[in-house]
Design a protein around this ligand. Structure first.
Ligand SMILES: Cc1cc2nc3c(=O)[nH]c(=O)nc-3n(C[C@H](O)[C@H](O)[C@H](O)COP(=O)(O)OP(=O)(O)OC[C@H]3O[C@@H](n4cnc5c(N)ncnc54)[C@H](O)[C@@H]3O)c2cc1C
Length: 401
């Protein structure tokens, strides 16, 4: 017999697990499909820090707290940062943001992705209204009638619902099966990720220097080390990736102008080719895209998963009090609101990447003057930080914080 659910979620990454947990807490019977085996089998916890970390905004912390997930994290491995220091390699355009100026405890927190995912998955496991299909994946989608979507899994199991939420990441297979087009473009950059010890303390500060070849971020970790995300033009990144540890550390230290002194590598390096994507529709009949399945931004502003958590929060706000999650008008409203907010974020981060990487003297003057104005104006600093803290959500989220 084909089992019926109120909602099916494809993908148990950070955003999909957050969505499944939120639906389930609203009383909806939820199917959760994930091709990877349980996390313990693939990614054991140990003392060393996960190479994948995220800057989690205060709004995302609030969203995860409402679900009981934030307090479940090992707080000794959560680093709250109080300042951000941003400058350009020509040395003229400096901006600093301070949590005191915003009357906040911190500007955000650096957390291992593995920790967030484990806490979300554990919370999902504890929900009797979530049924797992793992390891499994969607093979076929059939829309039978106005109220019914039949999903055939690779295992041969068939399930039905009025709503399928696709949170299966940037290469979303559900998006392809639904025939939703994504526009995408390469940034012609590769992000190099590594953990390092610095000679000087990180001072609970997120440091970002914009080089013409791409931004270098030093994110503070709770163990005193720093996690770097160095986005470089592809050719340069390939050279850097080939370097032995010492020349690599010298290059990183120099690229940050030794603001934290000499650096020593404590991990291997990972690399991620960088691209952006967005979709002209997020909703097609009963299929809805969220998270990286719907949008992909440059990591320079640390917003990708934050945008995904906001997708979930806005969706649940709109449909959580309905008896069933399927309501075309509400889902359209969600699509309109989140699509415009995330499209704005995608263009903004692409524009910043382009503006900071430009050699054009007129653009350079414009950039430097704009940054000087922001630095001199507490009001514009507050406005900019408020958007970052609120995951670029312009409309309804402001009263929440
Ligand atoms: C270098 C780097 C640094 C970053 N730093 C930050 C940061 O500081 N802050 C921030 O907010 N964001 C950051 N991001 C972005 C962030 O990592 C992503 O936006 C986020 O991981 C997306 O989460 P997701 O759950 O939407 O997708 P994913 O994490 O890709 O999860 C998708 C899930 O779907 C599953 N799946 C795949 N195929 C299928 C299928 N066919 N059916 C069902 N399930 C499937 C996958 O196994 C996975 O579990 C960074 C990204 C990079 C590359």
């Amino acid at each position: 017999m084909t089992e019926r659910f109120d909602v099916i979620v494809a993908g148990a990454g950070m955003v999909g697990a957050c969505a499944a947990l939120s639906f389930s807490r609203c009383g909806f019977r939820t199917a959760l499909i994930e091709p990877r085996p349980p996390l313990d089998d693939i990614d054991p916890v140990d003392a060393s820090y996960d190479l994948r970390v995220s800057a989690i905004s205060p709004l995302s912390q609030h969203i995860l707290s409402k679900l009981g997930v934030w307090p479940a994290l090992d707080q000794s491995r959560v680093e709250h940062y109080h300042q951000m220091a941003i400058w350009h390699e020509n040395g003229e355009a400096n901006i600093t943001f301070d949590s005191v100026e915003l009357a906040r405890d911190s500007l955000g927190a650096i957390v291992e992705n593995r920790q967030i995912l484990r806490a979300l998955l554990a919370a999902c496991e504890a929900q009797s209204t979530i049924e797992w299909f793992r390891p499994d994946a969607i093979e076929l989608l059939q829309e039978n009638s106005d109220q019914n979507l039949r999903v055939t899994l690779k295992s041969g199991v068939e399930i039905e619902s009025d709503l399928l939420v696709a949170a299966d990441g940037r290469n979303s297979n559900t998006r392809s099966l639904a025939g939703i087009d994504a526009w995408n473009g390469s940034y012609d950059q590769i992000a190099i990720v590594a953990n390092l010890v610095t000679e000087l303390p990180h001072q609970h500060t997120a440091w970002q220097r914009f080089l013409k070849t791409g931004p270098l971020a030093f994110l503070p970790l709770a163990n005193g080390e720093s996690s770097i995300v160095w986005s470089c033009d592809t050719e340069l990144a390939e050279e850097i990736l080939k370097m032995n540890d010492q020349p690599f550390c010298d290059a990183v230290g120099q690229a940050l102008e030794y603001r934290l002194g000499a650096v020593t590598a404590t991990s291997d390096r990972l690399s991620f080719p960088l691209s952006w994507h967005s979709c002209n529709r997020w909703l097609k009949n009963r299929i809805l895209l969220i998270g990286d399945a719907a949008h992909g931004v440059h990591p320079l502003a640390g917003q990708g998963v934050n945008l995904g958590f906001s997708d979930v929060d806005v969706l649940i706000d709109m449909i959580g009090d309905l008896s069933r999650p399927w309501n075309q008008r509400k889902l359209r409203q969600f699509e309109r609101q989140r699509k415009s907010e995330t499209t704005l974020a995608t263009h903004l981060f692409t524009g910043l990447k382009w503006l900071y990487g430009s050699d054009n003297p007129v653009l350079n003057r414009l950039r430097n003057s704009a940054m000087q104005c922001v630095q001199a104006s507490p009001w514009s600093k507050r406005l900019l930080m408020k958007q970052a803290i609120q995951n670029m959500a312009l409309n309804h989220l402001i009263p929440k914080l």
